[in-house]
Write a protein that binds this ligand. Sequence first.
Ligand code: 13P
Length: 337
Amino acid sequence: MSNLNKIALQILSNGKGILAADESTATMTNRLDSVGVHSNEMNRLLFRETLFSSLSMKECIGGVILYDETIKQKTSTGKTIPEFINSTGSLTGIKVDTGAKMLAGSKQEKITEGLDGLRERLKSYYELGARFTKWRGVYSISEKYPSKLAISANAHALARYAALVQEAGMVPIIEPEVLMDGNHSASDCFNKTSEVIKKCFEELVLNNIDLKGIILKPNMILSGTNSSEKISAEEIAELTLECLKNNVPSSVPGIAFLSGGQTEIEAVENLNSINIKNNTDFIMTFSYGRALQQSALKFWSKDINNIIGTQEIFDHRAKMCSLAAQGKWSKNLENSK
Ligand code: 13P
């Protein structure tokens, strides 16, 4: 087994998943503003350290994705954040793209940037303790979009990123996120997501990526947020599995979904359903940001020194996600706090 494959499996196996705590400072500021907490370096660290020192880290969280600010911070006990995360048995990841900018040649679409100087940045992140990385391409659905240009440009960037990351001895998370926003049907989401993922793998193969040493982080197949169509968790699972089976090479060890604006309950219910029906060899788990942190953040904002209370809420969410990653979640367990 290659070292990269070992890292990927360590992150995803045994009902574990990923905590995406890699919000950029601007996004984290929005999140803190929305609950009335001042966004400064200390508060951003306090909330994140509260999560990272929760009991569920050992059992449920195989990897934590950080933002540049956090990977360079120290906990209140003096350990660096990566040392602290590693001491829980989880691995440290880092978001390395520099965000999505307007794509020249397309009026309304975005291209994710960050390739310039990436080789050097990866070296320093490895030295800081990172063993995996994340890069997110973003696509929206409308009648004309995503265009062939956006699909191709983002797949190319994702593959060049992945090649540099594997060269640096780390596992790249490949995140092509087809957004939920819009009034499209689940069938539109299925078709567009299929096209996006297919193109990503064409480029990954072209760039000689070791597919056993990556993690795919896709969206689930859902109808748009403003669509009148309502489909069940079973239908979401069937469409999602079909899309992945058709477009992801079987050598990929695992798939860790983003939550992408689903509620905490939707995100576990749908993941659970995917695992009950999973007829592939892929591990199917979570790499959630909002669906792991939302309730904990809301609670914490009422008293930022209530560490234990905040951790209890986070632990419950992490446990529910881990059960869903094994197809063992139920509404009863959800309410059994
Ligand atoms: P959400 O689960 O909140 O969508 O965040 C995951 C993520 O990493 C988005 O890039």
